[in-house]
Ligand binder design. Sequence first.
Ligand SMILES: Cc1cc2nc3c(=O)[nH]c(=O)nc-3n(C[C@H](O)[C@H](O)[C@H](O)COP(=O)(O)OP(=O)(O)OC[C@H]3O[C@@H](n4cnc5c(N)ncnc54)[C@H](O)[C@@H]3O)c2cc1C
Length: 400
Amino acid sequence: MICPSSRAVALTQLDGFIPLAGLYARDRNHVKPGHPSVSRLSPAIRHRLITEQEVVGAVLRDHPFGRVQKFIQEVYWRRYWKSWIALRPQVWSDYLESLRGLDDSLVVRSVENAQSGNVVIDYFVRELVTTGYLHNHARMWFAAWWVHEARLPWQAGAAFFFRHLLDGDPASNTLSWRWVAGLQTPGKTYLARRGNLEKYLAPELIASMSNGLAAFENPQSQPPKLVDKSPMTRTDGRVDTLTLSEGGGLWIHEEDLAAENSSLAKHAFSTVLVTADVDSWKNYAFPNSKKDWISAALHDACTRAEQHWQVSTRLETKAAHGEMILQWAKFHKIQQVVTLRPDVGPLNDSLPTLRASLADAGVGLILIDRPEDLQIRPFATGGFFQFWERLQKRFLQLRP
Ligand SMILES: Cc1cc2nc3c(=O)[nH]c(=O)nc-3n(C[C@H](O)[C@H](O)[C@H](O)COP(=O)(O)OP(=O)(O)OC[C@H]3O[C@@H](n4cnc5c(N)ncnc54)[C@H](O)[C@@H]3O)c2cc1C
């Protein structure tokens, strides 16, 4: 498995990567079988089995900032995308809306079945579908081929990635596809070039792929028809606080699986419920392998929650979470359901309905933000490097 679905094993994988973090700037772009030059921790980070802060803290314990700056910067790319889309949530809803208008094209289906007619692309499709992972460079090449060579809608490519990637993430995935398509940084598209593939693909891979390289010989950009400015529509997100000193039920979901490692750790909950977002799994057609990975991660979160809070703890990975939460709240007679706020994405989209049904039963829904998310969000008003500069000045103080 590319990335474990338990926090303890993910932390062990992180430990194993620490010595390599110093070589990351040199080696990270190489696409080799098994991907030894990168951490492969993205599924664990995306579902917050481990947090970005833990990852950055761990590499800085063993390396001076200058040696691991590139790695830390990549982790902050994730934080930047999440903050950027949190300020512009309509980018996610517009993407969903545009998906609804797309035809289920035969060409798209044949690419997704590894029958694109290009051996490089078919290799990456098989890797994505069987492992739930692709190296960053492979994601870039694949997306560039999809948009600029095959001239397929970027939204369909993003949906294909989101379905299969174990780290499939509304922010990183949608915005990276927009970036390749030229929507994210107006005037800039990403093109995959033959020389770049030849330089970074491992020799044992390239040997069987030479027939597919011609498609990357002379890439021509397919500029987007319309570049929107994506105005910020959410600047001052509502921040909830816990109103009871103890009691209430803790709801743990797949957007943040380390609640005991958050500000909620000190609160005395009377019960814990861990749910899967099975409606979204169905809507977005997640394959069984991905459902199994998330279910195992939820199970792991449930075990840790039980050990930490020592109260009745229940795991539900089959039924729709809205109905489960309502039943559980009524059964335990709780006044408030407390949870870590899910980021922009499918689970977050389901909250208004959940909030309304809980309110009808006299139960409040309290969404707690991690302070580290709130602190950096205001810095994502412009481009990444502006964000990065501001962060270094204000918080990181990482330079030796
Ligand atoms: C078209 C496309 C789609 C993508 N979709 C996703 C997605 O759905 N989910 C996702 O987590 N990442 C996505 N990425 C970003 C990146 O490819 C993956 O985060 C990275 O490949 C994960 O592998 P790793 O854990 O070995 O990364 P490492 O190189 O070890 O990096 C460490 C961590 O930093 C973060 N990170 C690294 N590179 C990036 C990046 N370019 N952008 C944002 N965060 C980064 C990840 O959390 C990663 O686990 C996408 C990139 C592209 C080009």
